[in-house]
Design a protein around this ligand. Structure first.
Ligand SMILES: Cc1cc2nc3c(=O)[nH]c(=O)nc-3n(C[C@H](O)[C@H](O)[C@H](O)COP(=O)(O)OP(=O)(O)OC[C@H]3O[C@@H](n4cnc5c(N)ncnc54)[C@H](O)[C@@H]3O)c2cc1C
Length: 375
């Protein structure tokens, strides 16, 4: 197997020759107005053997290790191109289908996802179930050889351009809440699915609300055990946090650009100190990310928390340094408006702190609050 160092050299060379074909680095989720460029990039990555680097060869991957994949993301971040087009497909769905899928599901979805023929959105959050995802109420009721889906999802990034969705829905309303949920691979073209864009405070509309009315979903859409979807969902979310954590490299680039913003300006000692504080934190997180790689684990919560909080602080500092101009339109204003989202997506900062406290530090569990009945 090629060593990680040799792989890095080869990736650098390939990227130097091909980066002009890539869309700008949009982070984890491709915005709807860049989908065509994103699709073309993923197809080019696949054709060039740069998709599914640590996926097994039988699924169309390269059969290399997680360390090679981490190196790939690092090299892409260094030149400012997205390492994958559809994070929900290539990280979340890909991981879940490899771990829990039947051979038929693996054959149907994995290679098609690498080739960007199956593009995925995540249908988890609901108006009454975000951090407390176990309270979700969208139902999938068994009826012969199909499930009938009714309910609503919200904050679904890229739903309107996805042809598949990973769906968590309640299949047993009588069981304790975490034990009555199942995980499905949903064909988004089924009748009864309605998608409505949601406008954010940045003025963009990257999210959608998704409504289900008597959607007839085939029984083979179930991934993993019936009523055992909570375990599948948690494995998926841990991968998501790991992936968000690897954005440390693009963070380092942002910190570089912050240092450049300071050049030639008469900054106060406090502003200079803040810049150095962020740069030091950035270097520490980079070291931690390189040690951890893209492997999913509870420690991913540390990276997710640290990096998204730091991105937020960076946007605020950048806007402070830019002065009044940053209240107008422009990259500073956009940064201030979009940075809070990173602290919420994939599990909020408070929720990450709970996970770190309870699962990494072994602190007592937070008290559970019983919701009033019939509300
Ligand atoms: C950019 C972005 C992309 C997203 N993409 C998707 C997607 O593609 N698919 C999808 O399904 N969802 C997506 N989401 C939704 C996201 O997962 C939820 O917003 C998130 O889990 C929080 O849920 P909520 O919005 O319902 O907030 P709530 O859970 O209502 O939380 C409100 C506040 O209470 C705090 N809080 C809640 N519980 C606790 C607790 N136990 N301890 C301490 N504090 C607590 C939270 O930290 C938060 O500050 C996305 C969100 C964002 C911002």
């Amino acid at each position: 197997m090629i060593t990680v160092d040799d792989f890095a050299q080869e990736a650098k060379h390939w990227l130097a020759e091909n980066k002009h074909l890539a869309p700008r680095d949009y982070g984890a989720i491709c915005p709807p107005d860049m989908v065509n460029e994103g699709l073309a990039w993923q197809k080019h990555l696949y054709a060039s053997g740069k998709a599914g680097i640590h996926w097994p060869v039988e699924f169309g991957g390269q059969g290399l290790t997680a360390a090679h994949q981490a190196q790939w993301l690092y090299e892409c971040a260094l030149v400012g191109v997205p390492g994958v087009f559809n994070m929900v497909g290539l990280v979340l769905t890909g991981g879940a289908v490899q771990k829990f899928g039947t051979p038929e599901q693996q054959a149907k979805h994995l290679n098609a996802t690498l080739r960007a023929e199956h593009v995925w959105c995540q249908l988890f959050s609901e108006p009454g179930a975000g951090s407390d995802l176990g309270s979700l109420s969208t139902k999938a009721e068994r009826d012969g050889d199909r499930y009938i889906v009714n309910g609503q999802k919200v904050w679904c990034s890229g739903a309107r351009y996805s042809n598949w969705g990973i769906l968590m829905a309640r299949t047993n309303s009588d069981a304790p809440k975490h034990e009555g949920i199942s995980f499905f691979l949903l064909d988004m073209s089924l009748p009864g699915i309605e998608i409505r864009p949601l406008k954010q405070m940045t003025g963009e509309a990257e999210f959608d609300e998704v409504f289900f009315t008597d959607v007839e979903m085939p029984a083979e859409a179930l991934l993993g055990p019936l009523h055992g979807g909570w375990g599948v969902g948690m494995a998926v979310l841990t991968s998501e946090r790991g992936h968000i954590g690897t954005s440390v490299i693009s963070l380092e680039r942002r910190l570089d650009s912050i240092s450049r913003l300071a050049e030639g300006r008469d900054l106060s000692p406090t502003e200079r100190q803040e810049i150095v504080k962020l740069l030091s934190k950035g270097m520490a997180y980079k070291a931690m990310a390189q040690r951890q790689g893209p492997v999913a684990s509870t420690a991913a919560s540390l990276m997710k928390l640290g990096i998204t909080e730091m991105m937020f602080e960076t946007s605020m500092l950048r806007s402070d340094i830019s002065g009044m101009d940053s209240l107008l339109v422009g990259p500073e204003a956009f940064g201030v408006l979009s940075a809070p989202g990173g602290r919420i997506a994939g599990g909020t900062s408070q929720v990450q702190r709970n996970i770190i406290g309870e699962r990494l530090l072994g602190l007592p569990r937070e008290p559970s609050i019983k919701k009033p009945e019939n509300n």
